[in-house]
Write a protein that binds this ligand. Structure first.
Ligand code: HEM
Length: 433
């Protein structure tokens, strides 16, 4: 369906100040929407998303500008790589995210969460801030393998990472700002922070090379994979991938947890059900956690609904690398194609009462219309890690605390660049008895 020029102008104007409001303006009735003569196409039905991300994925690549900014900010990694370089990285790195490896990290995730949740105090708490702190702690231990011996290095990594994230967010919001190579004050500070972060992760790698205690964190597994000559994994490549994992995995998981906890604060009975599933985690012996996670059906439903209503990435964008067609619409080389994940996952054509939080939905029924982790060859590599972490975090937090939302106005979602609560999200905590 062709949108008229007036429709496009109004969409573009709204998008400049409020991306979510622009999503509400999308004409969702046809698989594809475009404006004749404008190199921009919206792939808004499951069939179109499936074509762009899976069946015709070879015709598209990630847009240059976003890739360039993330690459300048963090270095080259799986998230930003393309073509043969991407394929080699994905093949090398995928095995460390295999089911049994991620399952082995459940103990670390649970210990880190229990420790954090016990430190929280009854009363008002900015839960967005608290779970952001929690996910970074889990990332430092589960992704980078930080231990008590390397706690100081991990603290450095954390400090530098926060500075780097600020720089990336600034550049994404101000694409006309000067690239990292131009020595402005901001850029110099960023490059110095990146250099320090790379050096700190290199120290963690050195530590693991000298002390292989069988640890199953992602960094240790990559260090072990170095022994296999066919991987050609250099220390520098491990550093870059680890920074990429921290970037791709930390804020996205924190944002999803924040919205899940907000929704739970609205439904005390549901919250008690998640708490009951969480107390099974507390009773589980070592090695039994994974089985318990798999049995947490109510918590699973809550996570899937949070991912549906508040997808951390509200859209997935591609550029056509060659002329192709999409659901009968001609797509010229260089055309930007946007898959509006947020709008698709709230479309009344696909979901009954789409704005209701309903953890009993069968999300699989929507097929490619439910795509919080993307689809196809470039789908999220960390989805299993994130889902395991979120089951454990929600279960243990609810088993410890009863939460209510006592503010007068609902939280306002903003794109920052994950879908976050503007100004934080305060919940009132009471010890669960
Ligand atoms: C709730 C949490 C998360 C969400 C919603 C999420 C979402 C996504 C999405 C939508 C993509 C695809 C982007 C595209 O096609 O343009 C993606 C890619 C990716 N994610 Fe995640 N992610 C999450 C957590 C994680 C975690 C915990 C990690 C790592 C530990 C991770 C690592 C990656 C990587 C490496 C890619 C790039 C894969 C490739 O291009 O081959 N993500 N993620």
């Amino acid at each position: 369906m062709a949108i008229d020029q007036v429709g496009l102008l109004s969409l573009a104007k709204t998008a400049r100040t409020d991306m979510l409001a622009a999503m509400d303006l999308l004409p969702m009735t046809t698989p594809v929407a475009n404006v004749r003569g404008v190199p921009f196409v919206i792939a808004q039905h499951a069939s179109a998303a499936q074509q762009v991300l899976v069946t015709d994925a070879d015709s598209y690549k990630k847009p240059g500008v976003v890739r360039r900014i993330i690459q300048e900010g963090l270095g080259q990694n799986l998230f930003t790589a393309e073509d043969a370089d991407w394929l080699t990285r994905r093949k090398t790195v995928s095995p460390v995210f295999a089911l049994h490896n991620v399952e082995a990290l459940a103990d670390t995730m649970a210990a880190t969460t229990a420790q954090a949740a016990q430190h929280w105090q009854a009363g008002d708490l900015d839960i967005q801030d608290a779970v952001t702190d929690l996910t970074i702690r889990i990332a430092l231990r589960g992704l980078l393998g930080a231990t008590n011996e390397t706690a100081d290095v991990a603290a450095d990594v954390r400090r530098e990472f926060e500075e780097i994230l600020d720089w990336v967010a600034y550049r994404l919001n101000n694409p006309a700002s000067l690239p990292a190579t131009v020595p402005t004050g901001r850029n110099r500070r960023h490059r110095a922070a990146l250099g320090r972060m790379q050096a700190s992760i290199a120290k963690l790698i050195e530590y693991r090379q000298a002390n292989d205690d069988g640890s199953l964190d992602i960094l240790s597994q990559l260090v072990r994979a170095q022994q296999d000559d066919s991987t050609n994994l250099t220390d520098e490549a491990i550093v870059d991938e680890c920074i990429g994992f921290m970037f791709a995995g930390h804020e996205t998981t924190a944002a999803t947890l924040t919205w899940a906890l907000f929704e739970l604060s609205q439904y005390p009975t549901l919250q008690a059900e998640v708490a009951a599933e969480g107390s099974r985690l507390l009773q589980a012996g070592s090695g039994e956690l994974v089985e318990t996670v798999q049995s947490m059906q109510r918590t699973s439903g809550v996570i899937e609904e949070a991912l549906r209503l508040y997808p951390a990435g509200i859209s997935i964008v591609r550029t056509a690398r060659r002329a192709t067609e999409l659901e009968g619409t001609k797509v010229r080389r260089g055309t930007m194609v946007m898959i509006p994940v947020y709008a698709m996952q709230r479309s009344s054509l696909v979901w009954q009462s789409p704005n209701d939080f309903n953890p009993t939905r069968n999300h699989a029924d929507a097929g490619a219309g439910f795509l919080p982790f993307g689809l196809g060859p470039r789908r999220c590599l960390g989805a299993r890690f994130a889902r395991t972490e979120m089951h454990i975090a929600l279960g243990l937090i609810c088993a410890t605390w009863q939460m209510s939302y006592t503010q007068n106005t609902p939280p306002k979602p903003i794109v920052a660049p994950s879908l976050r609560a503007d100004g934080g999200l305060t919940l009132h905590l009471k010890q669960r008895t």
